[in-house]
Each structure stands twice: as C-alpha cells, then as structure tokens.
Write a protein that binds this ligand. Structure first.
Ligand code: CTP
Ligand code: MG
Length: 230
C-alpha cells in the first residue's frame, strides 16, 4: 500500500500573512486544497495523512468536505519542526504501508506524473526526491555581504517534494536524526546520515514551494497551465 503524508503544520512566517498561508487562495481555492487534490486524484496513492497544527483539525475536515475529496484520510497534529511533523505522520500510517510519499502542503503545483515517478524510484532505490538542476550560479558567503566562493553548478540540484521512501528506511533515518538531536531541512538529508542512497527524480515542470507573497501570482499561472490528471 502507498501512503502520502502532506505536512501542513508550519506557521508561514516568511509569508507574513495574518492567516495561515496554506489557506491563502490561488485561483479561488486554498493552497492546501490544490495540494490535497493532486494527491486525492493520484491513482497511485491509497491514503493521505494530513499533518496540521493543533486546533486546525476542524478547518481541514471542512476543506475535505467542501472539495469532496474521496480518498481515505487522517488528520494528525504536527510538531515544532518540519521533521517532527513528518515523524508524527509516519506514526499514523496504516500498518500495511510499504511506500510513503512525503509532500509539502505549500507545494500545490506538483504533478501526478512526478508523484508516480518518485514512487517508482523509491521502489528501486529505497529513497527518491523530486529535484531540478540549478540554473543560477550559486555563491557561498560567510556573512551575507561578500562572496566567499563559487560552487560548481554542474553538481548542484535544488530538491523539492515529493520525497518518497520505503517506509522502514525513512523511519530508520529519522530515528537517527532524533537520536543525534539534529535538525534537517528535508527528509532525504536524514537518509544521508544512515548511508542510504537517494535517487534524484527530475521534475519536468516548475514545482515551487509557496514561501513569500511574490510566489503567489507565479503559482496561479502555473496552476492554470496544469492539465487535470497531469
Ligand atoms: N511544516 C510542518 N510542520 C512544521 C514546519 C513546517 O508541517 N513544524 C510544513 C509547512 O506547513 C509546509 C512545509 O512543511 O507545508 C514546508 O515548510 P515551509 O515552506 O518552510 O512552511 P512554513 O514553515 O510554514 O513557513 P516559514 O518557514 O516561512 O515559517
Ligand atoms: Mg519553515
């Protein structure tokens, strides 16, 4: 069985909005409803675990009703950091889950083809991540003022979600993160800690994370161009 964990328990500080950023609307529909719908309609996904902030469960249950999502879902409370929210989501998976796709709720333009491709790659390698080669030249700076050095762009990838795993692998990897008291910004970083190879799955279309106000109009255009079922 294949499950999705959609992490939606952040506080959206960089968006600076007064309301939860995931409920800001894109083309008349909340960001998180777009994301949820992609997974609800994905034939390869059997169940959805939505990880939400404490107290937000009713708002999410209402959303499921309003948009008539059909797939079995569970609402789970998130944690302080994203990795804690993922951990709580893992604890809520059905026992017969063998593959889990972890998705940022703030990434509404993820295509169903990309979801399926990460699942296929996770079956083969154990862990897979949606990614795009970096187009800009990337500089490193120690102080945010002066450039320290230029990185070799040909080796750099920007990673996204879904990040998809055989369940026992991500459980082991995140257990190690917790045991060592580390903070990781994505799930595949946890795999690197335990020496688990992670397959890069090229994301053919833009798949941005809605982070700041200027990301909103771009996502609206991208969503208009996403064909249903793509
Ligand atoms: N997330 C989560 N639990 C947390 C932190 C983040 O479930 N403790 C989720 C967010 O809801 C989002 C995804 O992880 O869907 C990616 O996080 P990000 O884009 O950084 O969102 P926020 O953490 O909400 O925003 P910010 O960092 O600006 O506060
Ligand atoms: Mg964050």
């Amino acid at each position: 069985m294949i499950s999705a964990i959609i992490v939606a328990a952040g506080s959206g500080t960089r968006m600076g909005a007064k309301v939860d950023k995931l409920f800001l609307e894109l083309n008349g529909c909340p960001i998180v409803a777009h994301t949820w719908r992609r997974f609800d309609e994905a034939a390869c996904i059997d169940e959805i675990i939505m990880v939400v902030r404490e107290g937000m469960q009713p708002a999410f249950a209402e959303l499921a009703e309003k948009y008539s999502f059909r797939k079995k879902f569970r609402l789970v409370a998130g944690g302080k950091e994203r990795q804690d929210s993922v951990w709580n989501g893992l604890a809520a998976l059905s026992p017969d889950t063998d593959i889990v796709a972890i998705q940022d709720a703030a990434r509404p333009c993820t295509s169903q083809a990309l979801i399926a491709a990460t699942i296929e790659a996770a079956r083969q390698t154990g862990a897979a991540v949606a990614a795009q080669p970096v187009n800009d030249t990337i500089k490193e700076s120690a102080d945010g003022q002066l450039v320290a050095r230029t990185l070799d762009r040909s080796r750099l990838w920007a990673v996204q979600t879904p990040q998809t795993f055989r369940v026992e692998i991500i459980r082991d990897a995140l257990s190690e993160v917790r045991r060592r008291n580390l903070l990781v910004t994505d799930d595949t970083a946890a795999c690197e800690l335990i020496g688990q190879p992670v397959k890069l799955v090229v994301s053919a279309r833009p798949n941005p994370k809605i982070t700041r106000p200027e990301d909103l109009p771009i996502a609206e255009v991208l969503l208009r161009n996403l064909t249903p079922g793509a």
